[in-house]
Design a protein around this ligand. Structure first.
Ligand SMILES: Cc1cc2nc3c(=O)[nH]c(=O)nc-3n(C[C@H](O)[C@H](O)[C@H](O)COP(=O)(O)OP(=O)(O)OC[C@H]3O[C@@H](n4cnc5c(N)ncnc54)[C@H](O)[C@@H]3O)c2cc1C
Length: 431
């Protein structure tokens, strides 16, 4: 087994059996990518009576959807003050509400389909790395209460022991609405739900070309794949951080950024309780942040942007070392605990750090989750399916403008990632 395959979550799930079958003669919608976005969309489309084929280059859930931390979080990557400043009260309220709706959406699917994926509303805890960050938590909580009518819990440094067994932070903020999930089990269950609703899933079917073409008297697409071509009336691109030159306009708007995770051996019950007494989803207040949680079987899962470049043998090996050091700084109690797993995956960031969904070059798309995609990809996949079925796009981010790189200095090759990494480290030092 190579290092890249050592994803802990994959040891907890049996890969769903996806039958190998010929590609269909024609479909209403070709969905590219079988992660949360594509499978959630396929489920809704098939339930709405559309003939759908999900075309996946690798296996169901192969992308970020089975590699993530399983944090089902409220809010967006962009902070509330920036969201309000940029979009105004009405739009910011709609987007914030969508983040809460996205958690409900995951919960509903899990319940409806009976997916055994350890979904639990355990809440999340953000911890302040500097006193100034804690002051920002306070003012952020006040803004959320004033603008959106929700009260989050502020935890003073002296009370932090009830939330986390680490002495290095300056306080925290808790949102009880957030949840945790086993992402590999969830994406497998979502795939089964899409198939049960009538969607065809085709693994090892890489889309290699897209051309406008009429078929049966209707305008649409010729979708060329590694296994042949499929005519489709509509196309939904759900390729996230793995977006390629097949959709060049979209590729130029998405920065693929690596994120990496280590997982320890199973911890003693008392130690696990000391580290995370309430079993929260935890992340810190840095730009170059750490995120961590206990797994359902009591291991510490510890992740971060240890390298900015996407996963390969070098970035994964380097990340194992960096993350272990980071974990021990947070939790010296784990000094003698073995790390058994390390893996990486690719996040998709837009230049404005916002999710984007809509139409581009006559294709539907939903991307840009910036590390908040477990819930939001599920919701936006559903919303884009509803847009295709009804012809009305009511996704909460419709029409916000999708900026590309400044001066157009990006063709899909992220040459600036080392600079961005250094810049974020600098910001963490000074702010
Ligand atoms: C290490 C890590 C930790 C994360 N932690 C969290 C977390 O705790 N909470 C959270 O909310 N989010 C987290 N995220 C982000 C979250 O996982 C993603 O936002 C989400 O999974 C995106 O889902 P998706 O379906 O859009 O894309 P993906 O799951 O990435 O799926 C895209 C799929 O498209 C396929 N594809 C690409 N090109 C083609 C082609 N030409 N033809 C056919 N198929 C193609 C790929 O093979 C891939 O399977 C994390 C991500 C990573 C990498």
């Amino acid at each position: 087994m190579s290092t890249l395959e050592k994803n802990f979550w994959l040891t907890t799930v049996q890969a769903p059996e996806v039958p190998v079958r010929p590609l269909p003669d024609r479909v209403d919608v070709a969905v590219i990518g079988a992660g949360f976005t594509g499978l959630s969309a396929a489920r809704t489309l098939a339930k709405g009576g559309a003939r759908v084929a999900v075309l996946e280059a690798e296996n169901l859930g192969w992308g970020a959807s089975c590699r993530n931390g399983g944090m089902v979080l409220s809010g967006l990557k962009l902070g509330i003050p920036a969201l309000l400043k940029r979009y105004g009260h009405q739009a910011a309220k709609r987007m914030y509400a969508a983040s809460l709706e996205s958690i409900d959406c995951v919960e509903e699917i899990v319940r409806e389909q009976g997916i055994a994926c350890d979904f639990a509303r355990c809440g999340h805890l953000e911890v302040a790395c500097k006193p100034k960050h804690f002051e920002e938590f306070r003012s952020g909580a006040e803004t959320i209460e004033q603008e959106f009518g929700r009260r989050l819990k502020i935890v003073e440094k002296k009370d932090l022991r009830s939330e986390i067994g680490s002495a290095i932070y300056h306080g925290g903020i808790v949102d009880e609405a957030s949840a945790g999930v086993n992402p590999a089990r969830y994406v497998a269950g979502l795939g089964c739900a899409a198939a049960k609703a009538g969607a065809e899933i085709h693994e090892k079917t890489r889309v290699t070309g897209l051309e406008r073409a009429a078929s049966g008297g209707e305008s649409g697409w010729k979708v060329t794949t590694s296994r042949g071509a499929v005519p489709a009336k509509d196309v939904l691109v759900a390729t996230s951080g793995y977006t390629s030159g097949v959709t060049p306009s979209l590729q130029k708007k998405i920065i693929p950024i690596g994120s990496f995770i280590i997982v320890t051996d199973v911890l003693r019950r008392e130690l696990a309780r000391e580290l995370s007494p309430r079993g929260r989803m935890i992340y810190d207040s840095k730009n170059y942040l750490y995120y961590y949680r206990l797994t359902p079987d009591r291991r510490m899962l510890f992740g971060g942007r240890a390298a900015f470049f996407p996963e390969n043998e070098n970035t994964v090996r380097e990340s194992a070392r960096i993350l272990r050091e980071g974990m021990i700084r947070v939790y010296p109690q784990l000094r003698d605990v073995r790390v058994g797993f390390v893996w990486g995956g690719t996040l998709d960031f837009a230049f404005d750090i916002m999710p984007h969904a809509g139409r581009m070059d006559s294709m539907y798309f939903s991307v840009g989750y910036a590390g908040h995609g477990v819930a939001m990809a599920t919701l936006l996949g559903k919303k884009m399916a509803e847009a295709i079925l009804s012809g009305r796009d009511e996704n909460p981010f419709a029409g916000i403008g999708f900026p590309g790189a400044p001066l157009g200095l990006y063709n899909g090759n992220p040459w600036f990632l080392p600079l961005a990494g250094a810049w974020y480290k600098f910001l963490d030092w000074v702010s």
